[in-house]
Design a protein around this ligand. Structure first.
Ligand SMILES: C[S@@+](CC[C@H](N)C(=O)[O-])C[C@H]1O[C@@H](n2cnc3c(N)ncnc32)[C@H](O)[C@@H]1O
Length: 282
């Protein structure tokens, strides 16, 4: 599975997402959204609308409704779960490893109170829920970051009710071996050890008791995301007086160029999956 030469721990991932919150809020999305966009076409430059569309597509594929009890794993700043509760009337909880992001989500929820949802600090590898608690587990671009993926898959299977739906988007690593360039700009940049190919992901989920309902490779959308965000970061850099902030934005813009090459070279991609917990186990 992994070809990156570093080995990051959950503590490394937690520190990265705690420490970069302000950087991302300053140019990516001031509301804290941090996932790949689902663009209308190759000329679409509206990242905000595309990111919202990712949430709408995933919710629709997951068939969430007012009776759903949803867990968002890697909920970040809380936007997806708040959207789901508002749009469909479901209840749920967001779980995230970054305390800073959980605080941000809680503050936002305090401004738009909704008693159906809560946010909790914790890890997908050790979830504080009873077996069968949720009808749906959802996630956006978070599961790839977990060093022990079999363990998080087992936890997700445990907390889902029989027949429950696991619907998520995630980064993919189509090729086992990646270049030094991809290791630096795609993997090390976000403390990502490595991920699955589209087929490898399905095999991993199948072996954990899931039936695959949908597996879609969406490489054009992630290429578009980094094309648009790279241009945004470069433009923002020219307006920032603080040298450290400007350097961070310029480094991000350079990584966006390199990420697009990595996508062309099949070192990096993005996919959407829907799987059902088998009623009869494995
Ligand atoms: C790219 S961000 C996506 C955040 C959010 N899903 C969104 O769409 O805006 C990845 C998130 O996954 C969280 N994360 C990483 N490893 C995790 C783990 N083991 N358990 C729970 N959350 C984790 C990070 O803290 C971060 O907030």
């Amino acid at each position: 599975m992994s070809a990156a030469s570093r080995s990051y721990t959950e503590q490394d991932v937690e520190a990265f997402f705690d420490q970069t919150l302000d950087n991302y809020l300053n140019f990516w999305d001031s509301d804290g959204v941090l996932h790949t966009g689902y663009f209308a076409d190759g000329n679409d430059d509206d990242y905000g609308a595309a990111a919202q569309q990712t949430s709408a597509v995933l919710a629709s594929e997951a068939r969430i409704d007012a009776s759903s009890r949803v867990l968002d794993v890697g909920s970040g700043c809380g936007n997806f779960l708040m959207y789901l509760a508002r749009r469909f009337g479901c209840a749920g909880e967001g779980l995230d490893l970054s305390e800073e992001r959980v605080k941000f989500a809680r503050n936002k929820l305090a401004g738009e109170p909704d008693p159906r949802i809560t946010f909790r600090h914790g890890s997908a590898t050790q979830m504080p829920y009873e077996p069968g608690t949720f009808t749906h587990v959802v996630s956006q671009d978070a599961l790839c970051l977990i060093p022990d993926k079999p363990r998080s898959h087992a936890e997700i299977e445990r907390v889902l009710a029989p027949g429950g739906i696991f619907a998520f988007s995630d980064f993919l690593q189509p090729r086992a071996q990646v270049s030094e360039r991809a290791r630096k700009h795609v993997f090390d940049r976000v403390r990502w050890n490595g991920g699955y190919s589209l087929i490898g992901y399905q095999e991993a989920l199948d072996s954990r008791g899931f039936e695959i309902l949908l597996a879609r490779n969406l490489r054009g959308h992630i290429r578009q995301t980094y094309r648009v965000l790279g241009a945004t970061a470069a433009a923002r850099a020219s307006t920032v007086a603080d040298p450290a902030g400007r350097d961070w934005l310029l480094a991000f813009a350079e990584s966006c160029q390199q990420m697009q090459i990595a996508i062309e070279d099949d070192e990096f991609s993005w996919g959407m999956f829907v799987a059902r917990k088998r009623i009869d186990g494995r």
